[in-house]
Design a binder for this molecule. Structure first.
Ligand code: SF4
Ligand code: SF4
Length: 449
């Protein structure tokens, strides 16, 4: 049998020398999300699209075991898509994205949500509780994962606590694992709430948006009531990192990057580090401002610009000792909630959706799949618009089938593809520069040619 380079071996362009004298180029296997530093001959072989087949698997055993050389006849894309389809169909986790409140106390210029003042009503809460209990008891799942989303979920803090208690009890009775995450603007967080969220509500991760250093953040993330939030948010997170009551609570600090703040990586990273957030329980990342059913053309960066800006942000994070996801940590088999019937989004009015960006967005809220009070509690969510995602990719509806980063991307966003937008993440454009950053972070020095 012959062997050839994997289509998922992404070879860095720069050569690096280690202080020990070893000269290497980095290679990312996107099928496994693992990085290798290989000698220059090996890198050249892996980079050649038409590398002559090698019959000598024994000589190349390390490369074969790493999946960087594969059998010549394999259809790797078909395998990746099939693995995604299986994971979406047979996964042992049941995921609920719950929007307890339609309202948000912020009015960010790039947000496409409408924010009406209501929360998940009592009758809908009972129906959701029953739905979660039935899922937990079904024997079909090993884990129950809840993501609190909004609007601003902490606007309905009492509802979140009440539902968490019942969800955790259901998981405990059924013997399934429970985990929860809150996506919040952070304004309503304080030490008492953080302790309750972590210890009573099973929240292990809190994602907060910080859009720049103080002035830029407070201008971009405007509070409807007026006032500022930057220093308050950082102080609450910093205090939590010192508080033994929440010692297992982690934070994600997202920055929505657009033309308004693209150049502010350095001052923001400096402020985050000065506040004490260069910590193993805090991960930072930049996310592009993108259309959310609204027009953000004046705020969003062009794709190529965003890819370059993202690298600036990574360098700033690194300079200040902040943690950040430079390269994917694992393959992404299930691209998002919308492609599996073991996941559903429950909107504040009780309607159930498959996609997180359909509820609350004026003009898009018609894609609901039923009402939580009317659905059969024993069934997974009804069929949604994107459940055919893996068949669509296999059939070539998008170019993903031929993409070298498909295993770690998964196709990014079925909704955007079908709206005619190209949702490819920056990784597609800057993966080699990220490999360069990886090598320099590991102590290698670029070899100038
Ligand atoms: S969305 Fe773009 S980057 Fe992701 S797999 Fe498809 S083509 Fe590749
Ligand atoms: S389809 Fe796109 S917007 Fe909807 S949940 Fe998936 S990634 Fe998010």
């Amino acid at each position: 049998m012959g062997w050839r380079p994997s289509r998922y071996a992404v070879v860095g362009t720069t050569a690096f020398r280690h202080p020990s004298g070893r000269v290497v180029r980095p290679v990312l296997n996107t099928a496994t999300a693992r990085v290798y530093l290989v000698d220059l001959d090996t890198a050249a072989r892996l980079a050649r699209e038409r590398e002559p087949l090698t019959e000598d698997a024994a000589r190349d055993r390390g490369l074969v075991e790493a999946g960087l050389l594969v059998e010549a006849g394999r259809d790797e894309a078909a395998e990746v898509i099939a693995a995604g389809r299986t994971a979406a169909r047979d996964g042992r986790s049941r995921d609920f994205v719950v929007m307890p409140s339609a309202y948000c106390n912020m009015a960010c210029a790039y947000c496409g949500q409408g924010h009406e003042r209501f929360a998940l009503a009592r009758g809908h809460r009972s129906a959701l509780t029953e739905r979660v209990r039935t899922a937990a008891r079904s024997g079909r799942y090993d884990a129950l994962n809840v993501r609190w989303f909004g609007g601003e979920p902490l606007m309905a803090y009492a509802v979140l606590r009440e539902l968490s208690r019942s969800f955790i009890a259901s998981a405990g009775e059924a013997g399934v694992r429970y985990s929860a995450k809150v996506v919040t603007n952070g304004v309503l967080l304080d030490a008492r709430k953080l302790t309750a969220l972590h210890r009573e509500c099973g929240v292990g991760l809190i994602e907060v948006t910080v859009d720049g250093p103080a002035e830029a953040h407070d201008a971009s993330r405007r509070l409807k009531s007026g006032g500022r939030s930057f220093h308050r948010i950082l102080a609450v997170i910093a205090a939590a990192l010192e508080d033994p009551e929440v010692a297992d609570l982690s934070f994600l600090v997202r920055t929505n990057v657009g033309v308004h703040n693209a150049g502010l990586a350095e001052p923001l990273a400096a402020e985050l580090a000065a506040a004490g957030l260069a910590h193993e329980r805090v991960t930072c990342y930049p996310a592009p401002v993108h259309p959310w059913g609204n027009d953000v053309t004046e705020m969003a960066l062009q794709r190529g610009t965003m890819a370059a800006v993202e690298l600036d942000w990574f360098r700033a994070y690194r300079r200040h000792g902040l943690r950040f996801p430079l390269l994917p940590g694992a393959p992404r088999r299930v691209v998002c909630a919308a492609v599996t019937r073991h996941s559903e989004v429950v909107a504040p009015d009780g309607r159930v959706f498959s996609c997180t960006e359909q509820p609350l967005v004026p003009g898009l809220g018609t894609g609901d799949l039923g009402h939580v009070s009317a659905l059969d509690a024993a069934s997974p969510r009804p069929a949604g618009a994107f459940d055919d995602w893996y068949d669509a990719m296999a059939a070539g509806e998008t170019p993903c089938r031929g993409c070298p980063i498909l295993p770690v991307c998964g196709g990014a966003c079925p909704k955007l593809w079908r709206e005619g937008s190209v949702p490819c993440p920056s990784l597609r454009e800057n993966v080699r520069e990220r490999l360069d950053l990886y090598a320099t972070s590991a102590g290698y020095i670029p070899v100038l040619s």
